[in-house]
Design a protein around this ligand. Structure first.
Ligand code: AMP
Ligand code: MG
Length: 372
């Protein structure tokens, strides 16, 4: 098939209909990491279906996501997952108004599978193709949880690949206020869980191990920068590994798995508390300086109960409204991509069939697609 990329295949009547109809159905597609997902969302807020085929069990054997395996699994699952999303919503492709897809950031081979599927469907149906940034999706997951939520607000996105504070000035207008200069908090949870032998993914396992543990069993550094709100988690990660080596040594001398001074739950609770307090202190400072009255926390790490508790206390103290998406929409899913896609389209964003995966895309990269 010859595809003329300069010649946009989108039918103008569809564009007009989308701008006036609040019940537009958007198909969202997400394949940036190890979840193959598709979803149908109405009007940006109402989920008709959300299908997620997770590969966690496959990657768990290797202690982390193996990119090549992830791509192959996406290829196997992409079309059945889209088909299931349509069937669960009881909708046909012809009833949709647009196709939104995560084009970045993420693993390039994984992203390409979703982007190719979305382009194929767009070409076959004539439906508009809407490029969505993965973090924009995480931000939009809050619209699915909180009907009253409207921009502007501050959003903290914490996941396996990100620690980002973004100013959400409007539904499709973002400015990055801070990011991590090295590791992401989810990455630190995963690494420490692996070192202490808990397995993968580390966040939920450390959270469980931390139950009942002392949160100040030993010292770990909280990293701050005087001149910015940026995060850094490599220091705390290294300090925790060094601490674990000491514990191992002590345990060997006592002939036990864990020494009597610091137990597994103490270690996990102290590590978790340091990550949570770091996120809370940076976010509090950013809220005070920017004066936003609403905070959204999104991304896989926002599933953490201790983080939710500390953030809830902090925002109450300074009079800021807090929204955290329900647990199943904290981790990667396609409903958040469909929701973000709806608002992106309303803002005038669309892509032609030369859309490519962008593994390192920054949040403000989406601005290049806006056609007004
Ligand atoms: P994402 O990158 O958004 O798909 O989220 C996955 C990351 O979130 C992984 O690094 C997990 O370890 C982390 N994560 C998931 N649940 C929790 C939790 N309850 N506490 C801390 N981290 C978590
Ligand atoms: Mg994610």
């Amino acid at each position: 098939v010859d595809i003329d990329c300069d010649n946009n295949p989108i039918d103008d009547t569809i564009i007009d209909q989308m701008k006036t109809d609040p019940h537009q159905l958007i198909l969202g597609i997400e394949t940036s990491c190890d979840e193959t997902a598709a979803s149908i969302v109405e009007g940006g807020r109402h989920i008709l279906s959300s299908v997620v085929a997770s590969q966690i069990d496959i990657h768990a054997k290797f202690g982390g996501v193996v990119p090549e395996i992830a791509s192959r699994e996406h290829v196997n699952h992409m079309l059945p997952v889209i088909d299931r999303a349509l069937r669960d919503a009881n909708k046909a492709l012809s009833e949709l108004s647009g196709i939104a897809v995560t084009y970045g950031p993420g693993l390039v081979g994984a992203l390409l599978v979703g982007v190719a599927a979305a382009k194929g469907l767009s070409h076959a149906t004539g439906l508009p193709l809407i490029p969505v940034h993965h973090l924009e999706g995480h931000i939009a997951s809050a619209y699915l949880a909180d009907e009253a939520l409207k921009p502007p607000f501050l959003c903290l996105i914490v996941s396996g690949g990100h620690a980002t504070l973004a100013e959400v000035k409007d539904y499709a207008h973002f400015e990055v206020l801070a990011r991590t200069r090295d590791d992401a908090p989810g990455e630190a949870f995963d690494k420490i869980a692996r070192v202490i032998g808990l397995g993968y993914p580390g966040g939920p396992l450390i959270e469980k191990a931390a139950e009942g543990g002392r949160r100040d069993a030993f010292f770990l550094p909280i990293t701050d920068f005087l001149d910015s709100f940026d995060f850094s988690f490599s220091g705390v990660k290294t300090a925790a590994i060094n601490q674990y080596r000491k514990i191992e040594h002590e345990a060997q001398q006592e002939g036990k798995d864990w020494p009597s001074s610091v137990g597994l739950s103490d270690f996990a609770a102290t590590f978790q508390e340091t990550i949570v307090q770091t996120l809370a202190s940076h976010t509090k400072r950013a809220l005070k300086e920017t004066n936003y009255r609403q905070l959204v926390i999104a991304g896989g790490v926002s599933a953490n109960k201790r983080l939710r508790e500390v953030m809830s206390e902090m925002t109450k103290e300074i009079g800021v409204r807090l929204t955290i998406p329900t647990l199943s929409f904290c981790t990667d899913n396609a409903a958040m991509i469909a929701s973000a896609g709806y608002y992106a389209w309303q803002s005038g964003r669309r892509a032609s069939l030369d859309l490519n995966a962008v593994p390192m895309a920054e949040l403000d990269d989406v601005n290049r697609f806006v056609v007004g």
